[in-house]
Design a protein around this ligand. Sequence first.
Ligand code: SAM
Length: 290
Amino acid sequence: MKPPSGAPLAPGLYVVSTPIGNLRDLTFRALDVLTAADLVLAEDTRVTAKLLNAYDLSKKVERYDDHAGERVRPKVMALLAEGGRVALVSDAGTPLVSDPGYRLVREAIDAGYAVIPIPGASAALAALAVAGLPTDRFLFAGFTPVKSGPRRAMFEELAGVRSTLVFYETGPRLADSLADMLAVFGPREAAVARELTKLYETVVRGPLDALAVDSRLQGPKGEIVVLVAPGRETAAAPEDADRALTEALARLKPADAASEVAKALGLPRRDLYRRALTLKEEAQIEEGKK
Ligand code: SAM
């Protein structure tokens, strides 16, 4: 059962998952395909060269990323038309998952060529498997936006989704991102999975308010997946939300009152903000009547 299998490789485009850190996480089948492929397309040829060197493979590797795509795709189509075998890899994990390849796969499908998955590592699934959060339904949301405004807007859009939310994040943005998550989702259960399969692998689990100040997550290093539990199945009753909002509006502006109640009750901040404006307006009308 040791690679390479030596079995002939059928023509087509192979979408090959590669390790997300530990080079031993390459599957035997991925090795078979990389050994036999006529051409390997790589997001970064230097990164892929390291992987191929580790397995003593000397292959023709061509860059394929968002910039090179337009130029390379016609060549790949021509090779597939001749019955060639092309392997697509990215720097880490599964191609097309927050990585290049979508257009190539789409074009190959449209042209009628076989597109074959060679499954393996992906940071999202590796993190989900160890986060300790519900796995029956999850939503992969990709990278969070760089700026706080669009980032909060994204979280607000997702706040009512009854699925575990999975985000890709970078070290330098983690602290700001966790603060925005706390503001929008409240203290939901969450997990931060950093540097999976690597020397400094860390998984920190807990409510968002604890994670936002956890000393193990300080510092700008590492590749990170953040996972957030689904909103509460049994949402607080509307009258509970109204009571909490009315009490908060006596002290705070509607936006701040909405944030405070969102945190306390685990309800979407955007809905609470709208309700806070209505409650305030109703209170003002009542005042006017007196
Ligand atoms: N295609 C890859 C996959 O299947 O996971 C993802 C590529 S995306 C450009 C890179 C992001 O994936 C990183 O910023 C991080 O969010 C996540 N990631 C990649 N490797 C990771 C690792 N070893 N540990 C945690 N997150 C990782």
